[in-house]
Structure formats: structure tokens, C-alpha cells
Design a protein around this ligand. Structure first.
Ligand code: NDP
Length: 293
């Protein structure tokens, strides 16, 4: 069994991006600028945004943060989005989800200029991705695709089972893996909470992508010998031995599944770090106007 090491890979990719930023700086070009909007006090969201800002600093990007209390109105948030859309110095920005209940997330996503949508959540980017056109890919699936590519995981003709059909992970993952080219050309089964006999579906998979949000859900006897397992889940479970009182686990029961796999991502240290790195890759593309002129 080989670990798909998201930490090592993201350090390598970040070093490549930092080298490109150095070249831009030497040539007097525009330094990529990522902005993040954080509304409210959700602890996980704060951790995610801080790690995105820290990663920007590591590679030499400019970053900025717009922070507001949870009682911010929808109209005020739309105004912030509008200002970022029109700020020529900001190449890309993210509005960290989830938003407080009184704000319609869909409305906010639709208000983001798709040319600055480095999270890849806007329907223009989603539609372009589905049609195989260049687009900002959603960060988590983009990070996973990059991981498969850099580890030379064979995908053509493989049967891939994706668990979960969210707009940000499962559904885009199923589209990307079924697209023509590498990594891709898989035969994909997209599963969800209404799927009958999920273990039987997973047993047929050469590649498993688990994104459901239930701790250690995928068990050892669900997984075929030699499968590649990508665990997207990030779940907190109580752990008295930790100062924080909890530890992070994935959607896959790592101890049971790992011995059966050819490759597996750890949690933490797998997909999560690649997600942040993919956001940096998208920001560089936005600054270079690689997707949209
Ligand atoms: P969502 O809650 O949006 O979607 C969960 C999906 O899982 C739904 O499609 C749901 O089905 C399906 N599901 C739920 N229960 C079952 C079940 N018992 N059997 C089969 N399918 C089930 O989750 P996300 O996609 O946003 O996130 C999934 C996980 O990935 C979470 O742990 C999250 O924290 C993590 N995550 C990690 C990221 C990273 O960077 N590593 C980034 C984003 C998420 P249905 O549609 O029928 O309700």
C-alpha cells in the first residue's frame, strides 16, 4: 500500500508556484492576489480561511481578507462581492461557505464574476467543466485530479465509484473522471443516500472517491484488493488523548481499508491540503488570464 501524500505533493506544487511568482516579480509583472470573505465565527471556516491566507504568503501571492460578523445582511454581502468583482487588483476571490442561514448562498455564488471564481462554484465554470472546456475547476476535485496525475494513477477504463453527489465534490468529481483524457476516461458510478446496496457498488470499484461526511463509513470488506482510495471526508470525532478533545478522521475506515489498497489518501495530510493548493493554482491561472481573457 502506498500513501497518496497530499502534504508532500502540495509542498512540491507550492514550490513550483513560488518559483513562478519570483519570475513574475523579476519581470515587474502583476503579483497574483487572492481575497477571501469570511462571515461569522464558524471555527472550521476560520481554520480553512487562515490556511488559505497562509498558503498565499508561502508562495508570495498577495492576499486580503474581508471579515464580517454573522449578522451581516445579504445586501451588504452582495455589495462586498460587487466591490471585489470590480477591484482590478484582485485576481480571484472566495466567499467561505457555509454562510449564515439568512443569506442565500446560491444568490451569492451567482453574483461572483465567473472570471474571478477561483473556487469554481459558479454555474458558468461548472457548465464549461462539464463540456470539457477550460474552466476554474472546483478546488477539491481539481486537487484530487492533480494528485492522481502526479502519482501516475492509471485511470483509463477503470471503474470509479464516487460516494456523495454534492455540487462541490461528488458531482464534479464524477464529471472530471468520466471526461476524455488523463486523468479521466473512467467508467463512473455516482452514489448517494438513496443508492441500494452501497457496499456492493464500492466492491466493484478500481478507484473509490468517498465524500459523504460520515466518519469511517467505508469499511475494509467494501473495498476490492488493489483499489485506489481517495478519502475526501474531514470529520471530527471525540478523542480524550488530544488537548483539543477531538481528532480528524475521513469517511473511510483507514485501518481496515489501507491494507487492501494499492494507494490511499490519509486524513489529515491528503485531499485537504491539495484543496488549498488547487485554489492557489486557480489564482495563478486567474492572474495570467489563462481561462478568460
Ligand atoms: P454534502 O453534505 O454536501 O454531501 C454529502 C453527500 O453524501 C450527499 O450527496 C449525500 O446524499 C451523501 N450521503 C450522505 N449519507 C450517505 C449514506 N449513508 N450513503 C450514501 N451517501 C450518503 O458533503 P460535501 O460533499 O460537502 O462533503 C463531504 C465530506 O467531504 C465532508 O466530510 C466534508 O467535510 C469533506 N470535505 C472535504 C474537503 C477537503 O478539502 N478535503 C472539501 C469539501 C468537503 P444525498 O445527496 O442523497 O443527500
Amino acid at each position: 500500500m502506498l500513501l497518496l501524500d497530499g502534504k508532500l505533493l502540495s509542498e512540491n506544487i507550492k514550490a513550483e508556484i513560488a518559483a513562478e511568482v519570483d519570475v513574475i516579480r523579476q519581470k515587474g509583472g502583476k503579483i497574483p492576489h487572492l481575497a477571501a470573505v469570511l462571515v461569522g465565527e464558524n471555527p472550521a471556516s476560520q481554520v480553512y480561511v487562515n490556511s488559505k491566507i497562509k498558503s498565499c504568503e508561502q508562495v508570495g501571492f498577495k492576499s486580503s481578507m474581508v471579515r464580517r460578523d454573522a449578522d451581516l445582511s445579504e445586501a451588504e454581502l452582495l455589495e462586498i462581492v460587487h466591490n471585489l468583482n470590480n477591484d482590478p487588483d484582485v485576481d480571484g476571490f472566495i466567499v467561505q461557505l457555509p454562510l449564515p442561514k439568512h443569506i442565500n448562498e446560491e444568490k451569492i455564488i451567482l453574483a461572483i464574476d465567473h472570471r474571478k471564481d477561483v473556487d469554481g462554484f459558479h454555474p458558468v465554470n461548472f457548465g464549461r467543466m462539464a463540456q470539457g472546456m477550460s474552466a476554474f475547476l472546483p478546488a477539491t476535485p481539481f486537487g484530487i485530479m492533480e494528485m492522481l496525475r502526479r502519482y501516475n494513477i492509471e485511470t483509463a477504463g477503470k471503474h470509479c465509484v464516487v460516494l456523495g453527489r454534492s455540487n462541490i465534490v461528488g458531482t464534479p468529481m464524477s464529471l472530471l473522471l468520466s471526461r476524455k483524457g488523463y486523468p479521466g476516461d473512467c467508467t463512473v458510478t455516482l452514489t448517494h443516500s438513496r443508492t441500494k446496496d452501497l457496499p456492493a457498488e464500492v466492491r466493484r470499484a478500481d478507484i473509490v472517491v468517498a465524500a459523504i461526511g460520515i466518519p469511517q463509513f467505508v469499511k475494509g470488506d467494501w473495498v476490492k484488493e488493489g483499489a485506489v482510495v481517495v478519502d475526501v471526508g474531514i470529520n471530527r470525532i471525540p478523542d480524550d488523548t488530544k488537548k483539543s478533545g477531538f481528532r480528524l478522521v475521513g469517511d473511510v475506515d483507514f485501518d481496515e481499508v489501507a491494507p487492501k489498497c494499492s494507494h490511499i489518501t490519509p486524513v489529515p495530510g491528503g485531499v485537504g491540503l491539495m484543496t488549498v493548493t488547487a485554489l492557489l493554482m486557480n489564482t495563478l491561472k486567474a492572474c495570467r488570464k489563462e481561462i478568460y481573457q
